[in-house]
Design a protein around this ligand. Structure first.
Ligand code: ADP
Length: 490
């Protein structure tokens, strides 16, 4: 059972090395890098900087566990049991893990505790239940044959994740991989390695055999690149920027690895004139500012029917101005710092571009405080489709408000992006809601809500926002291969 919610002022950093074949090892090169507390800009810990040599060891361990180890012989239901156990161990440590996530990433501990961690636990349990339900079918082919299909694990999977939801992205990747019977080599983001490393130890404590889960912290082009190029890796699952996915696709071409991608977005969030404006304002504020705006599905293009524009924008402004910025480990904090200096600089440069291109900054627009990567919740009004802030993914607390007059024209504008991850509409008109859901080209559509995630509901992108889906039964498929067996009956 979960412990009572309690504040951990100084979360413990217990693991900083590579986790390979069930052992904690320094990087073969001996190198380390510092993970920084984004609220103070001070180092938290030195972490092993894995590169190709460590990935080679990790892939060997994962291959052995897959090809001949106990994992390959274990009954599916027993695999599921170990996954339930891992979920239980995470739940037992929920407060500590939420605090560690908050320390390394900068997200408010309140959010990590109420959103990230429950979703992590739920995802692992959801896929644990799937372990013994992955099955094939019998196939009625012509002739005197018995033909059937099997769904088998794809093999060793390389998993490369970003820093915005470190534990949740770990769970989204491990859940389907373990349920399907795959083994894993994971590289967490260089900004946020700590909770993924802790999860690796909990996986071992749960009884998941050595070599099934391997975690190698390090940088993208070196450790990540080595995973992508390694001939012993059968599939790569990646979450991050589309530009990185393009590199990965090119590098994976040699071995024709299976690839799934969950990438960026510039999601439209539409406020129709008949919407419940109070609910829409709360949902819009949450849909953009949650997690400091660092969500691939952030509702960053807010289209408002011109008839309700002024009233709605007033509400948005009040909500944004009411957000409490501060130390992520304090329970009252609504908004923490951005994850690092590079993100801070990129977001500030977009705020400058918004101003230079003629949008009106109606709240925020500045750094908050003088220590840590804090940026005020910022809203630009009077944005048009061609401005940089309406086109590019900013990945920060910067909202663009665009007016619309005509419904069909709005749908066309909503689709005028190479992204297609998510979209939302706020309306009381059910016909209008369905029309929007059918015509907007995005992998997830929310109606009168935003950021509703569930382990059972597939998530992923149209167009440059991704390839394949995560979560749900659909999220399992890329972790399996289909095999057809045909037997001559004499
Ligand atoms: P973000 O802007 O969210 O950091 P990235 O796509 O740069 O997005 O990073 C997401 C993950 O991909 C991180 O773990 C990062 O280290 C890794 N990564 C970055 N470049 C490469 C690369 N060339 N090959 C493999 N992984 C990479």
């Amino acid at each position: 059972m979960a412990t009572a919610e309690r504040l951990i002022a100084e979360p413990q950093v217990r693991h900083t090395e590579c986790f390979i074949g069930g052992k904690w090892l320094p990087a073969a090169s001996g190198k380390t890098f510092e993970t920084i507390n984004p609220a103070t800009e001070e180092p938290i810990a030195s972490v092993a900087e894995g590169d190709q040599q460590d990935i080679d060891l990790a892939v060997d361990a994962a291959r052995r566990a897959f090809d001949s180890g106990p994992w390959s012989r274990m009954d599916a239901r027993d695999r599921g049991r170990l996954m339930y156990k891992l979920a239980d161990l995470i739940e037992d440590e929920i407060d500590e893990l939420a605090a560690l996530e908050s320390l390394d990433n900068g997200k408010p501990v309140k959010d990590a505790r109420a959103a990230d961690l429950p979703l992590v636990i739920d995802c692992l349990r959801y896929y644990a239940g799937f372990a013994d339900k992955i099955q094939g079918s019998t196939i009625p082919i012509r002739g005197n044959y018995f033909s059937y299909s099997r769904r088998e694990p794809v093999g060793v999977v390389g998993q490369i994740i970003p820093w915005n939801f470190p534990m949740l992205m770990t769970a989204w990747k491990w859940g389907p991989a373990l349920a399907a019977g795959c083994t894993v080599v994971m590289k967490p983001a260089e900004q946020t390695p700590l909770t993924c490393l802790r999860m690796a130890q909990l996986a071992q404590d749960a009884g998941i055999p050595d070599g099934v889960i391997n975690v190698v912290p390090g940088f993208g082009p070196t450790a990540g690149g080595a995973i992508v190029k390694h001939p012993g890796v059968d599939k790569v699952a990646f979450t991050g920027e589309h530009l990185t996915a393009q590199i990965i696709m090119r590098e994976a071409a040699t071995s024709l690895k299976r690839l799934t991608f969950e990438l960026g977005g510039k999601s439209p969030n539409v406020i129709a004139a008949d919407a419940d404006l109070d609910a829409a304002a709360v949902g819009t504020n949450f849909g953009l500012f949650f997690n400091q705006g660092q969500c691939c599905c952030a509702g960053s293009r807010v289209f408002v029917d011109e008839r309700v524009h002024d009233e709605f924008v007033d509400k948005l402004k009040n909500l944004a101005a009411g957000r409490r910025l501060g130390a992520p480990l304090e329970m009252e904090t609504d908004q923490g710092p951005q994850v690092d200096q590079a993100q801070f600089d990129k977001i500030m440069s977009y705020i400058e571009k918004g101003q230079a291109e003629g949008a009106q900054c109606i709240t925020g627009g500045k750094r908050y405080g003088d220590r840590g990567y804090f940026i005020e919740p910022t809203i630009f009004d009077g944005v048009n489709d061609d401005m940089s802030i309406a086109k590019d993914e900013i990945f920060g607390p910067v909202m663009s408000v665009l007016k619309y007059r005509d419904w069909d024209e709005m749908i066309e504008r909503a689709n005028k992006t190479f992204y297609g991850l998510a979209a939302a509409v706020w309306t009381r008109d059910v016909t209008q809601a369905h029309d929007f859901a059918r015509r907007v080209r995005a992998g997830t559509i929310w109606v009168n809500c935003y950021d509703v995630f569930d382990a059972a509901a597939p998530f992923g992108g149209f167009k440059m926002s991704g390839q394949g889906r995560e979560l749900g039964e659909e999220g399992l498929r890329p972790y399996t291969e289909s095999k057809t067996v045909t037997i001559h009956l004499g």
